[in-house]
Design a protein around this ligand. Structure first.
Ligand code: F6R
Length: 261
């Protein structure tokens, strides 16, 4: 696992967007897995700016969702489909045909989960999966004690995650759905490159446990230690509890530029 410590969230967005640009140059129809929430927004802004400035032609890029609320009406502004369309697909000038996600309004949710997991494989697999991290160490919505081998399925959000996400629902926890469809940890680990971005002191404990703690279902993000190409990008605040911070800084400073992330 590579840990990259950046000064702030904007710098984190830059470094990850640059990796996405490099990927799209190598593979113009790459499948980019995107997360929602506050953390990845600087990535999407930086990527949009780079594409707008002509750094790469993103016209053939494909986008896929990590997770989705269950039961929000179609077109709800906080459904993750709406968020990804608004923050990623439309700014990049992509059409909806290049975008895939799980159907959180399906009558048969288990079937929708299986169908989405299969669709990711049939699309050739995710080339780069961007992740945030919950204060409880969740990735996607794999809450603590999720199976490290899990596939896309329905999960119940913890009370803490619903409290954390109430800010997207006028601060009203009662509006935050209890259930989500999320790519499983096993599904996420199949992406060719997994990039986790964490910013702010509220994430420092989860980051330290993810990177320096044992692999444990109690901290779902720690499963990334098992991935051959996992990159954790953290700002100084989120890096505050890393014992090996100086080592991570020195390693990244000495990294040959051609290697990218
Ligand atoms: C969202 C997702 C979640 C968030 C996490 C952090 O698609 O999968 O794991 O990444 O809850 O959310 P923020 O970035 O809002 O702190």
């Amino acid at each position: 696992m590579e840990v990259v410590i950046v000064p702030d969230a904007q710098a984190g967005g830059e470094v990850i967007a640059e990796a996405m640009v490099a990927l799209l140059r190598r593979k113009p129809d790459a499948l980019l897995g995107v997360a929602t929430g506050s953390t990845p927004l600087p990535v999407y802004q930086a990527l949009t700016a780079k594409v707008g400035a002509g750094a790469v032609d993103a016209g053939r890029a494909r986008i896929c969702q990590l997770d989705e609320y269950v039961g929000l009406p179609a077109g709800h502004p906080e459904s993750y489909r709406s968020v990804v369309l608004r923050e990623v697909v439309e700014p990049l000038g992509l059409d909806q045909a290049s975008f895939m996600g799980p159907n959180g309004s399906a009558d048969d949710i288990p079937a929708a989960c299986v169908a989405y997991d299969r669709a990711l494989t049939e699309a050739g697999g995710v080339d780069l999966q961007l992740l945030g991290i919950g204060t409880d160490g969740h990735i996607g919505f794999n809450e603590p004690c999720s199976s490290l081998a899990s596939r896309t399925r329905i999960k119940t959000l913890t009370e803490q995650t619903r409290i954390d996400n109430a800010r997207f629902f006028d601060g009203d926890i009662d509006q935050v759905p209890h259930h989500v469809i999320t790519q499983g940890i096993g599904t996420i680990l199949e992406a060719r490159h997994v990039v986790l971005l964490a910013t702010g002191e509220g994430k420092a404990e989860a980051v330290a446990q993810t990177v320096e703690g044992p692999v444990s279902a109690l901290v779902p993000a720690s499963a990334l230690q098992l991935h051959p190409h996992a990159t954790v990008v953290v700002d100084e605040a989120a890096a505050a509890k890393l014992k090996l911070a100086d080592y991570f800084r020195a390693t990244f400073a000495a990294k040959p530029e051609w290697q990218g992330l």
